[in-house]
Structure formats: C-alpha cells, structure tokens
Design a binder for this molecule. Structure first.
Ligand code: FBP
Length: 554
C-alpha cells in the first residue's frame, strides 16, 4: 500500500492556474493566426529539409467560438531525457483538455522515453491513474529515457505503432534535441501521408532551451529554487561556524544558467560562469587565482569562510582542458586502451601518459590532483571518451586554490586558514514537487498542446509566454519548431538543430551578477531564499526566477 505524505495529499487538490485565454471552457477557445515564420538562420537549407512543415504561421489562442473540426483523438505522450519538475502536470493538462473536449478521447503514455514508442510499451490513462500524479515531481508516471528518435527505420516503426492504436497525435516532452527530433518526425509523417500530428513541449532544468519564443523551459524554476534553498542553508552554516569554504557544484550539462540563477538568488562569494571562462580563455590556474583572491581578501578581514558555486560543465569551457581531454581520447583510442589498462601501477600509467601527451597538455595534467588525474582515465563512455560530466570539478578547484594559497603563504601574502567542503546539487532538484510556477506552467503547456492538436497543427511547440506576469496574463499559442532551427556541425555532419541557449554575457542576468560580484566576493552578502512555498501569499508562492525577472526588465 502506498503511503502519501501530507504535502502530497494537499498537492493533489491544488488547481493549476491556466492562462486567462484558456479559462473560458474548451468551446470558447479560438485561434488567431500570426505571420508566416522563417527559421532563425540557414533559411534555405532548413526549408529544403522541411518542405512540408517549414514556414507555417505562429498562432495564439483567444476567447471566441471554437471552430476546430470534431474528431476522436487518440494521443500518445512521451517524456524524454532528464527529469524536470512539472512533467506530470504536462501530462495532466493534456489529459484534462482532451477529456473536456470529448470523453471518448484517449491518452496513451509510452513508457521509458522515446523507446516506448518504438517498442510499443505503453499504458492507457484514466482518471484514477492521472489523479495520483497531479502537481507531483518526477517522471515516474511513465518513466523517461534518452533514446533518440532520429532514424528513418525508427520513424517507420513509430508510424506502424501509431496506426495500430489509431493514434492521431504524439506529444514529445523534451529538451532541444528531443524537440529537434519532434520536428523531424513531424516532417516525416507529413511527407509520408501518415495522419499523425507531432507537438513538442519545452523541458529541461538546464534552462538552455530558450529563445525569442520560449521564455524558459519547465523545471528550471523548481530545480534552481531547490538548489538555492540548499545553498542558502549552507551559506548560513558557513556564516555561523566561520571555518569552512564550501565548493558547490550545480547541474547544467553545458550552459551555466542554473549556476547563475542560484548566484542571483543567494549572492555567494564566487560563482564561475562557463561561458565567461571560455570567452576570456581562462586557464585553470587563472580560475584558481580568481577564487584564491576572494579567499585571501576575506581571510585578511578575519573571514576564513565562504561559498563558491561551480557549474557542472565548466571544465569543458576551459580551452587548455578541452585540448587535454581530446589528447587523452586520442591516447586511449582503440587497442591503446587495453595496453594502458594492462599497466600494473599508477607510476607506469603516469609514464605512459607523459610520453603520449604534448608538453602543454602535460603541464595542465601535472597540476591536477591525483584523484582527478585518475578519474580522467577511469570513467569512459561507450565510445571510449572521457566522461567530463563525472569529473569532480568542485574538488578540482578547491585543490587548485589550496595550492595557490600555499604558494601565497610561502611568499608571505596570505596568512589565513583554508578548510574546504564539497557538495554536488543535481539530482536533488530534478524531481522536487513543482513550484506553483512550474505546476501552472506545465499544466498550461499540456492543456495548450491539446488545443494545438485539436486545431490540426503539426511540428509545433506548445508555447506559453508573458511568464513574468501573473498566470491570468500569460499568452498561449504555438510556434513551428522549424522557426527555432539552424544548421550546426554534429559528429562531422551538418544537422538541423534547435540552437542551445548559453548564458549571454551581455544579457541582463549576467550583467547584474557582474555588477555585484566584486562586493559579494569580499563581503558577506549571502541571501537565504528558504524552501519553496506552496501555500501563502502570492508574492512568496508564485515568484518566477530572478533570471526571467531580469530578462523582462523587472
Ligand atoms: P536534459 O537536458 O535531458 O533535460 O537533462 C539535463 C541533466 O539533468 C543535466 O543537468 C545533467 O548533466 C544530465 O541531465 C544528467 O544526466 P543523467 O540523468 O543521464 O545522469
């Protein structure tokens, strides 16, 4: 028997807020068509690749008579990639709109990500099933997975599975890659007269699926609020005990949106931003000096404590480290890996490495702590490459800072104490109960996705905007996915993809951080956001992120 926590029970009863224009009842939602769209770049190439789905019109929904053609809908839904708070509510919103339109409509959930569609592994939702997942975190309603839907063979199988169930539309809830694949699948169906629509929904805690149309991906709000609560608690502990420097790594495979948002929420002494590290071509030694300067100055003022936020992907943005990684991949390519693994001792392995790397890369390798050196050779992906995401960069930087401080001590310029503790916040935030913002946003995305289906759209992303305002003022509609695409080089080939959004160094969130960080580095300006609040005054419970507020000039 399942035991429910009091909060879980209470959250079942929460009624997510829809955009005002979707609140009139299904029969009073009509479409307003906007202008025909063009892709953000490489228009001719994208048009040639998507002849059936390119150039369609942007649309918004508004109050008016519903003119969609009545048709029984059988919709398949897929959760794709890493978990993000609110995914369950996308499914609930989709289900509610579908059933409100016609009780006979059916929602099928494909299990364990896109693989579920190919393997025809599914569940049919009913009220009882859905009600257990309302306003809860996680993707466990049907599970998720990282199989990519991208080959013609997979599309053929997908078409057969859809035919078998009489499916009229597929909703793919995923990040930039999954939505790129949604666009390719939509085009394949259109080109091959498969009467199945494909609609995408923007998901990822990383916050890197955003552009002029998508203000933020769902899950970013809750995940960053969860990490910020923990970082704030750590800051308070640091400020109470006054004896530790905390190095906190936060998730975000590549972009630093999560780290930056947490910094804006908590005002730590240091926050690295990978995009800046790359732009300034910073070396590991320069980064270590930058952190050591804060440690040093605070120690001079009697503060041997602090907090530093490290984005998960930072080392891949350090040019010299990138070169080192590619040399190591080369060094262990094919059979050479076996020869390396057969060497008995670390000293023998070290000699092998020393012989194989260029002098420049060896200089970088030599300054790494031994545990990190060994990690570079232990953890390999199925292609034999170093798994950079597994490198404990929080430990790497604290070790480098320790070395710098030891040198400064010798030179007589530093006389403090440095004791470091390490944390990694990632999985802690991906399945949290969605904040009211994510609960409302996700429910709206799902509800809206069904309206796009009902009106016959294919290859569209469910779009809800004006998000820094109260939900009543949100704007619901759809955008052709091809509008967000450009051509990028991937695995040696030109591919149409949705552009990943990195932190913009001239954007308002970074500029705000840049204007304040010197003070935060020297003084103790910590802020303590506390836990996400679900019940209480709107100014506490319905807050968006600082990133979104700054981007919107608020
Ligand atoms: P998505 O891009 O699929 O949303 O996943 C993001 C993420 O949570 C990253 O922040 C993290 O680096 C990665 O997934 C972890 O992947 P996994 O779940 O496979 O360990």
């Amino acid at each position: 028997m399942k035991t429910l926590s009091p909060l879980q029970k209470a959250r079942y009863a929460y009624v997510p807020k829809l955009p005002g224009m979707l609140r009139h009842g299904i029969n009073e939602i009509c479409v307003k068509e906007g202008l025909a769209t063009e892709s953000v770049r490489d228009q001719e190439k994208i048009k040639a690749l998507f002849p059936n789905t390119y150039g369609k019109k942007e649309i918004t929904f508004e109050k008016g008579t519903n003119t969609s053609v009545a048709k029984k809908q059988v919709v398949g839904v897929i959760l794709s990639g890493g978990q993000a708070p609110g995914g369950h509510n996308v499914v609930c919103g989709l289900y509610d709109a579908l059933k409100a339109t016609d009780k006979e409509n059916t929602l099928i959930g494909f299990k364990n990500g896109p693989a579920g569609l190919i393997e025809d592994n599914y569940v049919v939702f009913d009220d009882e099933f859905i009600n257990e997942y309302r306003n809860t975190g996680g993707f466990d309603i049907i599970g998720s997975g990282r199989t990519k839907l991208e080959t013609e063979d997979q599309f053929k199988v997908a078409a057969e599975v859809c035919k078998k169930h009489g499916i009229t539309a597929i909703v793919i809830i995923g990040g930039d890659d999954s939505n790129t694949n949604a666009a390719v699948l939509a085009e394949y169906f259109a080109a091959n007269n498969v009467d199945v629509q494909v609609i995408g929904c923007p998901k990822t805690i990383d916050g890197d699926l955003k552009n002029e149309d998508i203000e933020c991906s769902f899950g970013f709000d809750t995940a960053t609020k969860t990490y910020s609560e923990l970082i704030g608690n750590i800051e308070r502990d640091a400020n109470s005990a006054k004896k530790y420097w905390h190095f906190v790594k936060v998730m975000g495979r590549s972009a630093s949106h999560v780290a930056l948002e947490c910094a804006l929420e908590t005002q730590p002494n240091i926050c690295l931003v990978s995009e800046e590290v790359e732009a300034k071509k910073m070396s590991l030694s320069q980064i270590a000096d930058y952190i050591a300067d804060s440690v040093n100055e605070r120690a001079n003022n009697g503060m041997n404590f602090g907090v530093a936020i490290i984005p998960e992907g930072v080392v891949e943005f350090v040019p010299e480290f990138k070169t080192l990684i590619s040399e190591i991949n080369e060094l262990l390519a094919g059979e050479k890996a076996t020869a390396f693994n057969n060497l008995g001792t670390w000293a023998e392995k070290y000699a092998f490495i020393e012989k194989g790397l260029t002098k420049e890369s060896m200089d970088v390798f030599a300054i790494l702590p031994q545990t990190i050196q060994q990690q570079l050779f232990l953890e390999r992906d199925p292609h034999g490459n170093v798994q950079v995401s597994l490198i404990e960069s929080e430990k790497l930087f604290s070790a480098l800072v320790k070395d710098k401080l030891a040198q400064r001590k010798k030179a007589g310029t530093y006389n403090g104490k440095f004791s470091a503790l390490h944390h990694f916040f990632g999985y802690e935030g991906r399945c949290a109960f969605p904040s009211n913002f994510d609960a409302d946003y996700c429910y709206s995305l799902g509800y809206n996705a069904f309206m796009l289906i009902q009106y016959g759209y294919n290859g569209y992303l469910s779009k809800v905007s004006n998000l820094s305002k109260p939900a009543e003022e949100w704007v619901a509609g759809g955008m052709p996915i091809t509008k967000m695409m450009n051509i990028e080089r991937r695995h040696g080939e030109d591919k149409p993809v949705i552009k990943k959004a990195l932190v913009e160094l001239d954007g308002k969130p970074f500029k705000f951080f840049e204007a304040n960080r010197e003070t935060w580095a020297k003084e103790t300006c910590f802020t303590y956001p506390g836990a996400i609040q679900y019940y209480g005054p709107s100014e506490v419970c319905d807050l968006t992120t600082r990133t979104l507020a700054l981007e919107k000039g608020e």
